[in-house]
Design a protein around this ligand. Structure first.
Ligand code: HEC
Length: 155
């Protein structure tokens, strides 16, 4: 005799993990950044997505807060890329204070990178809302404002 109720949890388990479906075989994004282990390519539809948010002092303060919680451990509060975890794990991070650091990517691609992670960078995943990620990108760009480009990628 079959016990159909046993199959229900099984079906749920099989249906649930949409999170892991990030593998896409699209052409590699041409990028000037050093990418040692060729991270998964960014789906092409992200390249043309424009940043839809109009930042306010409040939304940027929120972005700064998310940055300090989720990003600064690697990228450092000032964006230097010398956060504790980055130093400890010998991660090679670009200096976000240098305007050339974010040049290889459009905002849409940065959105994808933050949401899904890249190489050794963990995914922000669902922790931040879409609006918050877009504000985060504006915050990242602001890190290099008023700084002369030193054009020296972190080695
Ligand atoms: C565990 C360390 C770690 C954390 C935490 C982390 N990153 Fe990264 N990040 C990396 C690494 C490593 C790379 C380089 C990835 C690659 O291209 O291989 C990177 C790359 C990037 C890039 C692409 C530009 C570049 O420097 O190559 C951006 C933008 C970025 N991170 C933003 C963020 C934001 C925003 C957060 C927080 C939501 C965050 N990161 C959290 C490690 C981290």
């Amino acid at each position: 005799m079959l016990k159909p109720f046993l199959f229900i949890p099984l079906l749920l388990l099989v249906g649930a993990p949409g999170f892991w479906q990030q593998t896409q075989s699209t052409p590699q994004n041409p990028s000037t950044a050093a990418a040692p282990a060729a991270p998964a390519p960014i789906p092409p539809e992200y390249a043309n997505r424009t940043n839809p948010v109009k930042p306010t002092p409040e939304s940027l303060a929120r972005a700064k807060q998310i940055y300090s919680w989720d990003c600064a451990l690697c990228h450092a509060d000032n964006g230097s890329g010398k956060g504790d975890v980055a130093v400890e794990q010998k991660l090679d991070l670009l200096d976000l204070r240098d305007p050339s650091a974010l040049k290889p990517w459009t905002d849409g691609q940065l959105f994808y990178i933050i949401r899904n992670g890249r190489g050794k960078m963990p995914a922000e995943g669902p922790r931040a809302k879409d609006d918050e990620v877009w504000n985060l990108i504006i915050y990242l760009h602001s890190m290099s404002k008023g700084q002369a480009s030193t054009a020296t990628p972190a080695s």
